[in-house]
Design a protein around this ligand. Sequence first.
Ligand SMILES: [Mg+2]
Length: 285
Amino acid sequence: MTHPSDRIDTELDSRAKPQLESFLRLVARAPRSLLMLDFDGTLAPFRKDRKKAVPYPGVVSTLQNILGIGKTRVVIISGRDVRETVPLLSIKPHPEVWGLHGLQRLKADGSIELWELDDSTVEGLAAAEDWLRSQNLLHAVELKSGSIAVHWRGLAESEAQAMRDRVMLGWTDIAQRFGLGLMDFDGGVEIRSPKANKGTAVRTILSEMDPEVPSAYLGDDNTDEDAFKAINGRGLSILARPEWRPTAAQIWLRPPEELLELLAGWLRACRERDDSSAGLNLSER
Ligand SMILES: [Mg+2]
């Protein structure tokens, strides 16, 4: 395996960089670490065709190397169905993946767990789908277990706003009637089972780990705010997007350069531990 080049950082703001460096020193010292990552917008740039959203160059190989060392539990937490995320990721063997914003979990053994959907949720989702059909909107729809998403990525801002207004007109009442949640995400809106979100996923994962394990979560979207809040106090929350926005995340970085830099730093931190335990003195940082 080749060592990732030591990049000279010019982008990260002056407060974020020392915070990241001290966090990575914790990763280097710890026997275990936890890296939780959103997929779309964080690891992969948005594409109008959702099925073509593959990670930025360099992301897969670095994650593969981090997984290969075996000290970091890598978890992808996405709004997609896990069966879509795994082929787009193309990491083999696949890491742990959560889907549907926390409603679904693909375990390392290949089994998929799904939050049980009660009758009211099932009826409400059927009503939401019927309404979309009556409006001739099914072309813009992603039907998932436990949720339905309407996408408007690629539309002009005014058209997207008109689409959102129209969908909310039909869905707000259905959500109230059946006790469903409505969730805005970057490029669409989703009606869903209120059982779980990315915050519940993060809390579940953290509950399975020793509290001392250095942990980080990276995400870009409104739906990642639940996850940021869930990890704050236990680890590092990182907003990964080109533009800053108000957020519960502790630091902000811009993909892909700063994302790749963080992943390369994480990999170096894992290897430092490896190298020091092998009695080698590699302190080139
Ligand atoms: Mg995202």
